[in-house]
Design a protein around this ligand. Structure first.
Ligand SMILES: Cc1cc2nc3c(=O)[nH]c(=O)nc-3n(C[C@H](O)[C@H](O)[C@H](O)COP(=O)(O)OP(=O)(O)OC[C@H]3O[C@@H](n4cnc5c(N)ncnc54)[C@H](O)[C@@H]3O)c2cc1C
Length: 452
């Protein structure tokens, strides 16, 4: 595939043009431009699409923000949408590895909900969801917040991202201050960047990768490359040791084998099959220790990424966490939970056959919004042949990047999404500056599609 075709595909998929639901959007756009629909809340939201009802979306990240926006865009003003997030703003994980070498800052990666509120008429509520009462039939369900407030809706979408398993020796306070994961971007990302900046020349940076599935399969390897590139230029003689619980590189194998063996040869030391047993944190400025099935290593900077599971509001409910008690089983034609009717799970918490990635979260959100819009119209059945595209760019140095793309289609036998034969995974032959520039465009398009 030529690079230009690939970038075109990214733009198309980020805008939903690969999805059947896009037909709705196109119809709505046509109606809007012909003046046959009015708008509400000062927006481009159509007044009446025939869909009527209310939806509560929990989690305003890549999946939840997109779902809220497209429910209004495709469902129209008679679909009331409440979006609830524990934070007032969203910190993007995507691109956050570039905070570690000082190329960007967390404030540049922060998004607010103003456009979703004012342009799309979404009711944004800041609060932490602690309980769910699923809607029964066409009735109302509810979510309850830690402060006692209750939000109601005919449908509930859960998009809480991920939670981590505990690591022996690490408490949340030790993770915030000494041995970060920085795998939920925010203050820990900034902390890890400052630890790297303060590392001595000739020092050791050790990072651990959990067993799959985890969010962003290429992300940890990308992080190792960015840190190695920074250390080579700023802390001569330093090393990056990757302790991977998996038996091999989980994504972009060619890209990262080249990066570890050629671009960053002598700096990155990749070790597969290494499972973290415990950590001893040094709070007085000395080295931290990490023990694995292969022994104990000492690190000036230690970055432990714990094993992942679905968000707590899902794992608290066994009927929702019906994939090994850790992930939510979903019907991938609609993202309705296979355990709890009228509750939908999208993004990293869902088990769908696709990677846990922001681009996929965006696409799952659109399919889910389309299915709910159809249900609230009462006259259409869900899309029976969903297709999604996962695209990912990986910076390998401060100015060169690689990319990976896969198209997924519906496997009706297993109700999973599977890679379409011949349509990926396809990865870049070589990391280039051109790819790095395309990465910035891809990121801006994706974030605008979800938040603007
Ligand atoms: C370093 C890094 C780099 C990455 N790079 C890429 C990339 O290049 N491309 C890509 O496609 N993906 C990338 N990803 C993965 C991507 O960030 C995630 O897959 C994506 O964010 C998942 O979206 P989500 O909506 O499921 O979760 P999130 O985006 O994490 O959103 C979850 C939201 O739910 C809220 N929430 C959770 N629980 C509650 C609750 N009980 N009440 C209220 N609110 C709650 C949280 O505050 C959060 O805002 C990267 C990830 C990391 C860590």
């Amino acid at each position: 595939m030529k690079r230009r075709q690939f970038v075109g595909l990214l733009g198309a998929s980020a805008l939903g043009l690969l999805l059947p639901g896009a037909a709705f959007a196109d119809d709505d756009r046509k109606r809007r431009s012909s003046g046959s629909t009015s708008t509400s809340a000062g927006t481009g939201v159509p007044a009446d699409t025939g869909a009527v009802g209310s939806v509560v979306v929990v989690g305003g990240g890549m999946a939840g923000a997109t779902a809220a926006k497209f429910l209004r865009l495709w469902g129209g003003s008679k679909v009331q949408v409440t979006l609830v997030d524990q934070n007032a703003t969203y910190s993007s994980n995507i691109m956050s590895n570039l905070v570690l070498n000082g190329s960007t800052t967390m404030s540049q990666l922060t998004y607010n909900y103003n456009t979703l509120r004012t342009v799309y008429g979404i009711n944004f509520v800041q609060g932490s969801v602690v309980g769910i009462v699923p809607p029964v039939g066409a009735g109302m369900g509810s979510v309850s917040l830690a402060d006692g407030r209750v939000l109601t809706g005919n449908k509930i979408i859960l998009a809480p991202g991920i939670e981590f398993d505990a690591v022996p020796g690490l408490t949340p306070a030790l993770q915030d201050n000494y041995v970060t994961h920085a795998w939920k971007a925010g203050e820990q990302t900034t902390k890890l960047a400052s630890q790297i900046r303060n590392m001595p020349a000739g020092g050791t940076f050790v990072m651990t990768i959990p067993a799959s599935p985890y969010r962003c399969p290429p992300g940890p390897y990308e992080r190792a490359c960015i840190v190695a590139d920074y250390l080579k230029k700023n802390k001569p003689g330093s090393k990056v040791i990757i302790l991977d619980a998996n038996p091999f590189i989980q994504a972009e194998k060619h890209t990262f084998e080249t990066a570890f063996g050629v671009t960053h040869a002598g700096v990155i030391d990749y070790r597969p099959n290494q499972v973290v047993a415990s950590v001893v944190v040094n709070t007085t400025g000395g080295k931290h220790a990490v023990s694995t099935n292969f022994g104990t290593l000492f690190a000036d900077v230690l970055n432990v990424i714990p094993a992942h599971k679905a968000g707590k509001i899902i794992t608290d409910n066994p009927a929702l966490a019906n994939v090994g008690g850790r992930w939510a089983g979903v019907d991938v034609r609609s993202y309705e939970s296979t355990g709890v009717p009228n509750v939908y799970v999208i993004g990293d918490s869902a088990s769908s056959g696709q990677p846990k990635a922001g681009h996929i979260a965006n696409q799952e959100a659109k399919l889910c919004s389309d299915a709910i819009t159809r249900a609230l119209r009462g006259d259409l059945i869900p899309n029976s042949a969903p297709k999604t595209n996962s695209a990912c760019y990986s910076p390998i140095t401060a100015d060169k990047a690689s990319w990976l793309t896969v198209v997924y289609g519906y496997d009706a036998v297993n109700n999973r999404m599977v890679a379409v034969p011949g349509a990926g995974p396809i990865e870049a032959a070589v990391a280039t500056q051109d790819n790095f520039n395309d990465m910035k465009k891809w990121f801006a398009t994706l974030m605008a599609d979800s938040f603007a």
